[in-house]
Design a protein around this ligand. Sequence first.
Ligand code: NDP
Ligand code: HSE
Length: 458
Amino acid sequence: MFQDSSFSALPEALRVSGLGALRVGLIGTGVVGSGTCQLLARNADLIAQRVGRPIRLVMAAARDLHKAAQVVGPDVDLVSDPLALVRHPDIDVVVEVMGGVTLAKTLVLEAIAQGKHVVTANKALLAEHGSEIFAAAQARGVVVAYEAAVAVSIPIIKVLREGLAANRIHEVVGIVNGTSNFILSKMAEGGQDFAAALRLATELGYAEADPSFDVEGVDAAHKTALLAANAFGADVPFAQVHAQGITELDPWDMACARALGYRIKLLGIARQQAEAIEVRVHPALVPEGHWLAQVQGSMNGIWVNTDAAGPTFHYGAGAGSLTTASAVVADLIDVARLGPAGGPARVPHRAVQPTAIRRWPVLPIGQVASRHYLRFAVHAWPELLTCLPDWLQSVGLDVQSWAHVRHPEDGHQDALVVLTPSLSADDLAARLELLRHQSGGVVPVAVWRVEDLPCSAM
Ligand code: NDP
Ligand code: HSE
């Protein structure tokens, strides 16, 4: 059915003996699917040179076939039933860029059962069902590749699994949701409010089908779970990953944090402790001299701290069509290089061999220690300006930095902001309760964590 004309057109020197084209079936022709079609077509010759055989899109599945036809062009068969694509004997590798979890899981497991490799950008699917999917792929001897699922333009899965494979990875801290960082950047510039910035991110194709996944920190949590899995060779139960997004972040806190020399960013943090791991997503203060503080717009940045290579920093686009397609097609190239018989995956799905995967306990967020930023509203308690340091000291909070920040327009928002010593959130909550009791009701109106990352020369 699918004639391999592109292969016969390849110069002799580029052919690997006996290898035909890698035949791709694409599920989803939206933002990522359309970029994938475009990139496969635009760089077809170069890709064939790099692989030794062509990669050909032969079939695509979508709901709106008329719209999909505009994307894939006349030479690609279109079907509305993705299961028919997955089961088609002429498809070697299934690219799942449809999204969602339930149907996507059925399709990916069926593709594996059919002996087909899978390339997916679906972080929700792998964060929630990765263990089952990777086990099925391992048993069937096929690859499930997912570079596009985390920080699209940054080949961070390859960095963790291959480039840094000799290292113990201590921690991975990243800005991994382009939409949230885009919104925070717009808010910090003062040009756009939250709702307008989210609308624009959606129009630009950055947001998830359900944008609450972006702004509530769920998408970043999916990605951080995958980063932790690859950094620590871990099976990370997604239900234990703490996810807090940017919806409760007041722009006034971004200004107050600046007064203390920090920026507020939505961070995904995966850190190895002696007997547990931290895997968490929340807004946090980052020192303004750290690379992560400089990541603006829909860009992503990931800082990886290791025992031999030391700290490394990785930067690139965090969302978008061609930017994500770059990772999808790179995964297709890896699959194509396996050859027609496939063969076992050269690189384990989660950095270590399946028998070495560990289920580290995930430290509950209340037990994670860090410094904290507290904002007190001065207009509500004017006596704070003189009493607060003593009151805080009396509950064991020796403040390390503090500032009185005057709101440029609204005196009612004047703030006293302080940074506490490092302590767990549970411990902090107990001390703040004591403060409330002793002071006749004083409570901070905002509390955020501080991530004291070392600032190397930039
Ligand atoms: P879009 O909504 O733009 O595209 C989804 C595509 O899937 C559409 O073509 C849609 O078809 C198709 N589709 C949905 N349901 C079905 C179904 N039941 N049967 C057949 N086709 C179906 O999403 P994106 O391209 O933005 O995202 C796709 C995946 O990639 C998601 O998992 C997302 O998290 C991930 N991702 C997205 C990035 C981005 O920047 N956008 C970056 C990295 C990962 P139709 O249009 O006909 O409804
Ligand atoms: N919605 C995601 C983001 C897409 O904004 O980061 C890339 O995974």
